[in-house]
Design a protein around this ligand. Structure first.
Ligand code: MN
Length: 336
């Protein structure tokens, strides 16, 4: 950690330790890192006696696979969220637009003289708060939250440890991209009571049977373009609304993890039909040669160099054509 990051963490810890009313927000359609980070920090603050709410712009309910992490009942639907009076914390959310319909809360908090703490690990972070703990060097926002909780001098218990572990295990793809320091943090989480088998099973490995026919239909449409993505290879498939309707969002989000395993493809893309039009939410993954966040940014999306996403309207063929072009000019990540 750089001295300035250590200072930012100390400042954030002081801000949180003095707060009596805290609203924690994750990005829309929250993943385990966004929600796990918010619930872990929320749990620690709740235990210290603060009034705490955790929310996100959409959908109304937390994903089933993550809701069990909320042992204190902190999750609050956007419509039930009172006006922010106190500290607002945005987690794993690089830009205001990723807060969805809760984005105006940031301006409201700032106008009323409140503090807005942004904790995030996206390179594209827009520094929209009053205080920031932001570094691309953290593999997960949960890593930064673990350091903030440590700096607060707060004890890590099992619920907080489990939520942080959920964010780290998913954002590092099962520790494939975790530094020695992050493994050390994970060890402390296990010592505090996180059960790695339970977290991985409930969040990553648990699907209803309907997952299999959905995968079967979607994978049958997978297409490999060996010359795509500047010769590194592109594999893609499409999840249509009718197929998505047979399963939860968790199963739809799992498709990219199957498709990205394709050896012949340096880039994997999954188009998920999310609204009539049609409108597609696109997941992009890179094996490490092509910067997919640059391609996603062309469509107003973002993410990380190896994992990014965006939303694009048009027929699947049109969207794929535009993606091919964007990937054709995306920066390369290493000399080859
Ligand atoms: Mn994250």
């Amino acid at each position: 950690m750089t001295p300035s990051l250590v200072q930012d963490i100390e400042t954030a810890a002081g801000l949180l330790a003095g707060a009596t009313d805290v609203t924690l927000l994750g990005h829309v359609r929250p993943d385990a890192d966004a929600l796990g980070s918010a619930l872990a920090l929320g749990h620690v603050l709740h235990r210290r006696g603060a009034k705490v709410r955790v929310s996100f712009g959409e959908p109304d309910e937390a994903p089933e696979t993550l809701a069990w992490l909320d042992v204190d009942g902190l999750l609050t639907k956007p419509v039930d969220l009172p006006p922010v009076d106190g500290l607002l914390v945005a987690l794993d959310t690089p830009t205001l637009s990723r807060l969805g319909r809760l984005a105006p809360r940031v301006a409201a908090a700032r106008e009323s003289g409140g503090s807005v703490l942004v904790v995030d690990h996206h390179a594209t972070n827009g520094y929209y708060g009053t205080h920031h703990v932001v570094t691309e060097s953290a593999e997960a926002t949960a890593v930064l939250v673990a350091r903030i909780i440590e700096a607060m001098g707060a004890e890590l218990d099992a619920p907080a440890a489990r939520s942080l572990y959920a964010g780290i295990v998913t954002d590092t793809s099962g520790f494939r991209r975790a530094s020695p320091d992050t493994h050390r943090i994970a060890a402390r989480l296990l010592e505090a009571g996180a059960d790695p088998g339970e977290v991985s099973r409930r969040i990553v490995d648990d699907h209803p049977f309907a997952w299999l026919p959905m995968l079967s239909a979607v994978l049958a449409e997978a297409c490999l373009e060996p010359e795509g993505a500047q010769g590194f290879g592109l594999v893609h498939t499409v999840v249509r609304a009718a197929e998505a309707a047979t399963v939860r969002s968790e199963e739809v989000e799992s498709v990219i993890d199957v498709v990205r395993a394709t050896r012949e493809a340096g880039v994997a893309a999954v188009l998920k039909e999310t609204a009539p039009g049609p409108v597609w939410t696109v997941s992009l993954r890179s094996a490490g040669d092509v910067d997919v966040s640059a391609a996603a940014a062309e469509f107003g999306g973002g993410g990380h160099r190896r994992a990014a996403g965006c939303t694009v309207a048009g027929s699947a063929d049109e969207v794929l054509d535009r993606l091919r072009e964007a990937l054709g000019r995306a920066p390369l990540l290493r000399a080859s």
